[in-house]
Write a protein that binds this ligand. Structure first.
Ligand SMILES: [Zn+2]
Length: 416
């Protein structure tokens, strides 16, 4: 099973927007670019919403059937580990092995020595095509990286073999994610990680490093975009090098997590990907649910009321809702509008605050991030929320498709 060159992770907390999301991929195909949709949902999300991996599979299959989509598509067990993987084994054919918790926990001394011995040929001045200067690799540097990452890769191997035992080798896509950690990984770290991945025999097709700068959920990149561009280009060069050197799968590519809404990065990524003739997996950050809220607000009446009520509850339950996402959001709490004020807003005011249009003066990145993590409130509303999704399906679907198509697919994959 092979992941196509371009793919995009799409989320759908309440399993209502399968077709609306797929429509963005149909539009891309019509414009001559093939992007594989990957429905992803993490254990954390399933727990908060009360859904099951089988629901995601059903939704993906039915959207694909309804739209007559004949190209590849996948269902991703997102951010799983050894304790959470089992419930995903039947429904998923894409597994994101999250080993970030093991970063920095050293493997035993013998294992470290063996790793360094095996990869001693990397030491000295290493030339990597696409990186201007030779990398000067010393043994202490290699040991430092091995101490940091070797055990994490070993753990990825354990999870991979566990999945392979159940599904059979070659019957699923493997992604390794190390993004949910504080310290970014340099291109050099990535090289060591891939060397270890190859030793471990994991046929990794996509890898999600922690890039420098901040990838907050649902808002633009915060950091030095020039530095990001350099790092991204070097990561691409390292991947190409590692594929050759270690016989890793040819389709191996970078996966960018919390990748939606990174508008300032897409033009740079587009250029780098074209120049390197490289693929990418862009994992969006569950922002389809925000498009649902925007659609409800635009619908007015009880739709607007629901969006306002979600905000009021989110404002009150700030700590509880933001806690699990603390490392991937950045909200200026004191700048959040008071719920009484939001109650007086009309359709356009709330939709404008929420929609990620950086040129719109009404856009409010604090309110947007808070509502991003507030889907638990909507889940608790139960039928009041989901029946409104049905009632206002048209206006919501238009927002969902437009968001993926205009704000993501076109700038990143088509350079528009
Ligand atoms: Zn992630």
């Amino acid at each position: 099973m092979q992941l196509p060159k371009y793919s995009m992770g799409i989320g759908d907390r309440f399993a209502h927007q399968g077709i609306a999301q797929l429509n963005a991929f149909v539009a891309a195909r019509d414009r001559g670019i093939e992007i594989a949709p990957v429905w992803n949902k993490s254990h954390r999300e399933h727990t908060i919403v009360g859904s099951d991996p089988a629901d995601v599979r059903r939704q993906a299959d039915s959207a694909v059937a309804a739209r007559g989509w004949t190209n590849p598509y996948f269902v991703d067990a997102d951010h799983i580990n050894m304790t959470t993987v089992d419930r995903f084994l039947d429904a998923s054919d894409f597994f994101t092995l999250d080993v970030a918790d093991w970063i920095g926990k050293p493997a035993d001394e013998n294992d470290l020595d063996r790793f360094i011995g095996r990869h001693a040929s990397l030491l000295g001045g290493l030339e990597i095509p696409g990186i201007d200067e030779p990398l000067n690799l010393s043994e202490p540097l290699m040991r430092q990286a091995a101490v940091k990452y070797l055990l994490a890769v070993r753990k990825a191997g354990e999870i991979y073999r566990h999945i392979a035992q159940s599904r059979g080798r070659g019957n699923f896509i493997t992604e390794i994610s190390m993004d949910e950690t504080d310290q970014p990984q340099t291109p050099l770290d990535l090289l060591f990680i891939l060397a270890a991945v190859s030793d471990e025999g994991i046929p990794v097709q996509t890898i999600a490093p922690r890039f420098s700068g901040r990838f907050n959920k649902g808002i633009d990149y915060v950091g030095d975009v020039r530095q990001f561009a350099r790092e991204f280009e070097q990561d691409l060069a390292v991947l190409r090098f590692a594929v050759e050197r270690y016989g890793l799968p040819r389709e191996l590519k970078l996966s960018v997590h919390s990748g939606s809404d990174k508008f300032s990065l897409y033009p740079l990524m587009y250029t780098a990907l074209r120049a390197a003739d490289a693929g990418v997996h862009l994992k969006t950050a569950g922002t389809t649910w925000l498009e649902e809220l925007i659609g409800l607000a635009m619908a007015g009446g009880d739709g607007l009321r629901i969006a306002q009520d979600v905000y009021r509850a989110a404002f009150r339950r700030y700590d509880e809702l933001c806690g699990p996402y603390a490392s991937v959001i950045d909200i200026d709490r004191s700048a959040l509008p008071d719920p009484d004020r939001v109650d007086r807003w009309d359709e356009a005011a709330l939709a404008g605050a929420l929609r990620h249009d950086p040129r719109c003066p009404a856009y409010d990145r604090n309110l947007r991030q808070l509502l991003h993590v507030a889907y638990k409130v909507a889940a608790e509303m139960g039928d009041r929320f989901t029946s409104a999704l049905d009632r206002y399906a048209d206006v919501i679907a238009a927002n969902v498709t437009e968001n993926l198509d205009i704000r993501h697919v076109r700038p990143l994959f088509l350079g528009e």
